[in-house]
Design a protein around this ligand. Sequence first.
Ligand code: ADP
Ligand code: MG
Length: 243
Amino acid sequence: MTAFLNVQDVTKTFFGFTALSNVNLNVASGERLGLIGPNGSGKTTLINCISGALEVDTGQIVFEGSSISKLAPHQRAKTGVARTFQIPQPFHSMSVVENLMVPLEYIVHGLIDASNEESVYCEASEILSRVRLDDRRHAHPGDLSQVELRKLELARAIAARPKLLICDEAMAGLAMKEVNEILDILLELNSAGITIVMIEHIMQAVMRFSQRIVCLTAGRIICDDLPENVMANPEVRRAYLGS
Ligand code: ADP
Ligand code: MG
């Protein structure tokens, strides 16, 4: 497997409570990985450790061969790591298109001419069309539906031109038709070369999306295998699927 993302022996505790315990995980370039596990099993904590919102206690996060464990979130973003938040976090006072200006001007700086408003606007429009939100460019987050907010969250993440995109429950609370809309977008982004780790509870979505599934329980990886093997694994079924 190509060394792309390696989570090496990561432990994270909160005030003596172990949220992640010696987690080892490799993700290959171009892969679509599903991350499942019951509530409180450490999925978001793992993403926070990868993206830099949290520092690991012990272990390393290695991205494309270099340790990024000590880098700040914005520095990790510049190396190509992006994430979406479980609860979308747009700038409410800005329009949809303005919401993309921040990642465009700060992270993609140098790749496009950030001082040229028109080139930033063009880039923002291109991103909005990738997530099928171009017709809502002048709306404010408060006017968006749940699925549109999810699309904006995705747009903000891909504005930074990530190599790795980690989605934290990007489909929670959506109707099945909307789940499939988001899945179609993620599959297109993956076809365009973005490696994607998707945390999701909706099993139909996880199964349609994932080439491989990792199951976390109480801060430990209990299974890392092909989707059909994970679904058939007795420990996963007991811990997660309730049977
Ligand atoms: P998941 O995303 O799988 O639902 P989380 O990673 O959010 O789980 O949480 C794992 C465990 O760590 C939970 O018991 C949660 O309460 C705890 N936890 C997460 N973040 C913090 C924090 N910042 N401070 C204290 N405890 C936390
Ligand atoms: Mg979570």
